[in-house]
Design a protein around this ligand. Structure first.
Ligand code: ZN
Length: 272
């Protein structure tokens, strides 16, 4: 255990990181993300660890960013009139927790596997996507309904790479969830298993990979990631992060808030 939010254990060359905020569907606060980053660093630095599993306690993998708990701190305006959101503040917070963290997890030189059950919404994708492999329970649903909030997609805009351009547009335009099977069809998910077999299936896969030579695993991962980077992945992720920020800027100019839609709409989306 690292904190109450994040479980961490190592056995048989496999590090298992567990999101542990099930009462909130593993919605991500700043503290949870900082603890999660510490767990990834620990696994990366431990020479005993050859494979990393990311899983989640409870019914759902992650309902995304906890907007009350992870949002950029609005600075006081200094005259007692309450907090004032600024684009600079939003950019600073999101660049660290929603872009830098996710990219770093993606590039850790060890194979990683995400085990996803239940909902994986918006910020939840930023935890699953950086993993090299994704195994989904048959009840998993993947969505990014932030167009409902006036923004063109989550901060780390992996949709096009993960789903292909047409499916990415459909999912973004409609805000609907993809089933596990659909996610497997587009190549976003490696395999789909019954919910009660999720953890053993991921463990078995990790055990198999952990038998391989760690340097060769590192080279194989680097080869694939580097190929994507040469194709423009890194540059696209960086530039679309800035497009995302224009969404916050637009929302601020329209409403004075970082997003346009009421939080209730997000709650409704989570329940779907
Ligand atoms: Zn944002």
């Amino acid at each position: 255990m690292i904190t109450s939010f994040i479980g961490y254990e190592v056995s048989e060359r496999i590090a298992t990181i567990t999101l542990n905020r099930p009462e909130a569907a593993n919605a991500q606060t700043s503290a949870l993300l900082d603890d999660l980053d510490e767990a990834w660093r620990r696994a990366a630095d431990d020479p005993e660890v050859r494979v990393i599993i990311l899983r989640a306690n409870g019914k759902h993998f992650s309902a995304g960013h906890d907007i009350k708990g992870v949002g950029p701190r609005a600075a006081s305006n200094g005259n007692g009139a309450g907090p004032k959101w600024t684009l600079g503040g939003i950019y600073e917070t999101e660049a660290k927790r929603f872009l830098e963290y996710t990219l770093r997890w993606r590039n850790i030189p060890k194979p990683s596997i995400a085990a996803v059950q239940g909902v994986c919404i918006s910020g939840g994708l930023l935890l699953a996507w950086p993993c090299d492999l994704i195994v989904a329970a048959d009840n998993a649903k993947f969505s990014d309904p932030v167009v409902m909030m006036g923004i063109g997609g989550v901060e780390y805009h992996g949709h096009t790479w993960e789903m292909g351009p047409r499916k990415a547009k459909e999912i973004l335009f409609t805000g609907r969830a993809m089933t596990a099977e659909e996610a497997a069809q587009v190549g976003m998910v490696n395999r789909v298993v019954p919910l009660d077999e999720l953890r053993p299936a991921v463990r078995e896969l990790a055990t198999q990979i952990a038998q391989m030579h760690p340097f060769a695993l590192r080279q194989a991962k680097r080869a694939v990631n580097q190929t994507l980077d040469v194709q423009g992945f890194y540059a696209a992720i960086q530039s679309v992060f800035d497009i995302h920020q224009t969404g916050h800027g637009h929302a601020l100019s329209e409403s004075g808030l970082p997003i346009l839609t009421l939080l209730d709409d997000m709650k409704t989306a989570i329940k779907k």
